[in-house]
Design a protein around this ligand. Structure first.
Ligand code: GDP
Ligand code: ZN
Length: 305
């Protein structure tokens, strides 16, 4: 994690060192791999190099600048709760954001312990049908019944993961279930950084561990990076054609509209609208596409001088 002008660096043995950063390196974030020099006696060091990042998670910051949130993420769990409800619109926003970064996703259907009847399950399954058709992995999960937690751990093995999703989706509960000694670690971090618990809004990388069956030994099984910023991660405004490319279910129909630059809203002889009418494209997918298009158009207008 980074704090103030320093970062807490973990060495290969799992020890943490508070490090200064050589000025030309810019801001460092959770997930960065660094080369550093240490003064072991003082438990301090200085970061002298950052390895090239594979993925940068960032969010819009002050005056159109972007603020880095995390680096080297290679797995996104979109957490959606069955109660109060699954919102396809939100899923689609996260899917577009993940596609923009080219990071693989799963959808975690959370709190399934609250589904009581077959009808409840069917209603959820109907909402999720478009994602199933796209080949996206759907993981029913619950921290009450522990369903899905092992599957999730398997997906997260050897990766740097983040959980995204609306507030109340159960992300904290999932993280607590996957990192049983989280409280202790947060305590250790706050000691090492000199900051109070829960005061840092910067991303923190945690190791996931799993108890080896029939033993007291814990197995390291990947990392989870979390922060308020990570959780609210959203797509960046883009052009129509780029947005289209993030909707693979639209692909068979693209290029068949009457107008070449068709926005698939009010134009006559629109192949996308026809596909929606013929139930070849889910209405919810069409609607989220239009909402994002409008949002991106507004963002482009606002940023004009
Ligand atoms: P976050 O805002 O996404 O971090 O969500 P929280 O983890 O804080 O959970 C929000 C609420 O949902 C809390 O009241 C939790 O107790 C509850 N909750 C979380 N996971 C589950 C679950 O698997 N089943 C049920 N029934 N409730 C859950
Ligand atoms: Zn069209």
């Amino acid at each position: 994690t980074s704090f103030g002008k320093r970062v807490l660096v973990e060495d290969t043995l799992g020890n943490n060192y508070s490090c200064a950063i050589r000025q030309h390196l810019g801001k460092l974030v959770a997930g960065d791999k660094v080369v550093w020099q240490t003064d072991l006696e003082a438990n301090m060091g200085v970061v002298v190099r950052v390895e090239p990042r594979t993925h940068e998670l960032s969010r819009p910051g002050f005056r159109g600048q972007t603020r880095m949130i995390a680096a080297n993420i290679d797995f996104i769990g979109i957490v959606m709760p069955v109660v109060p409800g699954i919102h396809p619109d939100m899923i689609d926003r996260y899917l577009v954001a993940a596609k923009q970064l080219d990071i693989p996703v799963v959808i975690i259907i959370n709190k399934v312990d609250l589904l009581e009847t077959d009808e409840d399950w069917e209603a959820i399954a109907a909402l999720l049908e478009p994602y199933d058709a796209l080949g996206i992995e759907l993981i029913p999960a619950s921290t009450v019944s522990n369903e899905g937690l092992q599957t999730l751990q398997e997906f997260m093995a050897e990766k740097n993961s983040v959980f995204v999703g609306p507030s109340g989706a159960g992300k904290s509960s999932l993280i607590n279930a996957l990192i049983p000694d989280l409280d202790i670690r947060v305590g250790q971090l706050s000691e090492a950084t000199g900051l109070g618990k829960h005061t840092t809004t910067n991303s923190i990388l945690y190791h996931l561990t799993r108890r080896i069956e029939g033993s007291d030994e814990m197995l390291a099984t990947g990392n989870l990076i979390d922060s308020p910023g990570v959780r609210q991660f959203s797509p960046s405004p883009c052009e129509l054609s780029e947005l289209e490319s993030y909707y693979p279910d639209f692909a068979p129909f693209l290029g068949h509209c009457k107008y070449k630059n068709c926005t698939h809203s009010i134009e006559p002889n629109c192949a996308i609208l026809e596909a929606v009418e013929n139930e070849e494209i889910a209405v919810s997918r069409y609607q989220s596409f239009q909402r994002l298009l409008t949002e991106f158009k507004n963002a482009a207008e606002e940023s004009k001088p």
